[in-house]
Design a protein around this ligand. Structure first.
Ligand SMILES: *Cc1c(COP(=O)(O)O)cnc(C)c1O
Length: 389
């Protein structure tokens, strides 16, 4: 190891979202099928519609100046996000009534290069200089722990109920009450609503527990899949200055290539995130793409009901297959595990076999997370799993 590097970085591994390489997945190779269903990163299966791509291309040709720095304050985009947040403050999936709020302004928003950047900024804003540790409930989104590790921030892990994946709240409360020797107290609790990779939304008990956390603990509620779940804690945010909501344009809004994420938070926290982030963190074209997506949200989000019914169709069909457990999901993916114990080797075999047949899924947390794709992709997923179980 180079002698100037921080010693604790030696055992970290870099994030590899497409095992085998994105190029191999996209173009095929002698050992891989020509066409691969990329169901491993929870993107929308649908590209931006042609007319929106043309609008974006037109903006690039005629309006955006390649030689100028982008708007470093994201003014237009923040305004559009605030408006979208206000009108999409659904209370719960159960009530069909859409409730809106009116208090979200640009001062509550910070925009980032993917919400991953915000995860890092939040860690910098709270835990650095040994001022705090973070709490996560496994299995969950891996980036919280990975990013904390790169910053030398200790990660405290608790479990979840094996059937429902509800957070072990007793263990979580205990971890907060009794910091490990030599470690700073917990400053951030990371939650995903609904969780990845398991697809479960926060329960009433989990929400009550988050409400009960003291004001010196920051509660991150990652709503990356909000457009699918229609569940959000936004309406409650004003009562909880220690809560922050993260969202992204990478999933339902079909803009994963543009890397746009945002936070909705108390203005003082939003202003702090603005202080921490790099200047000009978001290219002009990405800002414009996100503005365009919001201006045409009805067209883009129109694919969601179909994706949800495809998810439910796949869930029903998978639930009938022998040897696996599949969980209901409030998002655009399903999580399954093999029932055999120990299943790790068989899981790897199944994963590799699906991959060589042309279905790329995510092997994580002792199971497979499968993104809902087009109806044809989902049918292939089902057929290929059926053949192998
Ligand atoms: C996909 C995803 C994100 C989005 O990350 P970006 O950096 O915005 O692409 C954030 N959180 C979770 C839980 C996700 O699954």
């Amino acid at each position: 190891m180079l002698p100037f590097l921080r010693s604790d970085l030696a055992q970290l591994v870099s994030y590899t979202p497409h095992p085998g390489g994105a190029d191999a997945a996209a173009h095929g190779s002698p050992t891989q099928p020509a066409q691969v269903d990329r169901l491993d990163t929870n993107e929308s299966p649908y590209d931006l519609p042609e007319d929106l791509k043309q609008k974006l291309a037109w903006a690039y040709q005629h309006e955006l100046e390649a030689n100028r720095y982008p708007d470093g304050g994201h003014a237009a985009l923040k305004g559009a996000i605030a408006q979208y947040a206000n009108q999409s403050a659904y209370q719960s999936a159960q009530s069909s009534a859409q409730s809106s709020v009116s208090w979200v302004t640009s001062a509550h928003i910070s925009v980032s290069n993917g919400s991953d950047e915000l995860i890092r900024s939040l860690l910098i804003a709270t835990c650095l200089r040994a001022e705090g540790s973070v709490l996560v409930a496994d299995p969950t989104f891996s980036m919280y722990g990975i990013t904390a590790n790169t910053l030398g921030v200790p990660v405290v892990r608790v479990g979840r109920n094996a059937q429902t994946f509800e957070t072990d709240l007793a263990a979580a409360s205990h971890a907060i009450a009794t910091p490990a020797a030599g470690q700073p107290a917990i400053r951030i609790v990371f939650t995903v609503h609904p969780n990845s990779p398991t697809g479960n939304a926060l329960t009433d008990a989990e929400l009550d527990w988050l409400r009960s956390l003291p004001p010196h603990i920051l509660v991150v509620i990652d709503e990356a899949y909000f457009e699918f779940s229609q569940q959000t804690v936004l309406a409650e945010l004003p009562q909880h200055p220690n809560w922050v909501i993260l969202r992204t344009f990478s999933k339902a809004f079909r803009l994963a290539s543009h890397r746009v994420g945002y936070a909705i938070a108390h203005p003082e926290l939003a202003a702090t995130l603005e202080k921490i982030r790099l200047p000009y963190n978001l290219p002009s074209l990405s800002q414009r793409a996100a503005e365009l997506a919001l201006a045409h949200q009805d067209a883009l989000l129109a694919a969601i009901p179909m994706l949800l019914s495809e998810r439910d169709r796949l869930f029903q069909a998978l639930a009938e297959l022998p040897g696996i457990t599949v969980w209901p999901s409030a998002a655009n993916f399903l999580f399954l595990r093999l029932q055999n114990d120990p299943a790790e080797e068989q899981l790897e075999t199944l994963f590799q076999s699906l991959k060589s047949a042309g279905t790329l899924v995510r092997k994580t947390c002792g199971g497979l997370r499968i993104t809902i794709g087009t109806p044809a992709e989902n049918q292939r997923t089902l057929n290929r799993l059926r053949d192998r179980l």
